[in-house]
Design a protein around this ligand. Structure first.
Ligand code: ZN
Length: 145
């Protein structure tokens, strides 16, 4: 069952989040909060020549928000801002419509089941909204509200 595999990947990433921690000299930092679920996250990026070189995050929340931040962090390195914005668009489509193009999304396809639980969409996108805020070098807190 593909759903079981997806479930396993989400559990694995929520228990052992990748790129968890702090960067020494981040180019950008942003904080995100999802009041509906209580998910919190601080994300740091190292950007050089418009390319994301490194990503770290700390925070806590439900399995979906942590796994989403972890899987996202694995996909950001080596990408430009533009790439990342396109990726977020595809990911958001995957979560909210049947037209979501899982093909471009690699492991992020594991979140396709979230579509059936609209309240969890904000858990799955929190890391992405926070990452966008960091890219825009915003110092303001991000809320999904
Ligand atoms: Zn959550």
């Amino acid at each position: 069952m593909i759903d079981d595999l997806y479930q396993e990947i989400i559990l694995d990433h929520s228990k052992k989040p990748r790129n968890f921690g702090h960067l020494e000299n981040p180019s950008a930092t942003a904080e995100g909060f999802n009041p509906l679920c209580g998910d919190r996250l601080t994300l740091q990026l190292k950007i050089e020549n418009d390319i994301i070189q490194d990503v770290r995050f700390v925070g806590g929340g439900c399995a979906i928000s942590t796994a989403s931040a972890s899987l996202m962090s694995e996909m950001l390195k080596g990408r430009t801002r533009q790439d990342v914005e396109k990726l977020f668009e595809s990911f958001h489509q995957l979560l909210t419509t049947d037209a979501g193009q899982a093909a471009d999304l690699g492991k992020l396809a594991v979140f396709s089941g979230v579509r059936e639980f609209p309240a969890r969409v904000k858990c799955a996108t929190l890391a992405w909204h926070t990452m966008k805020a960091a890219l825009e070098n915003s110092r303001e807190k991000v809320s999904t509200e």
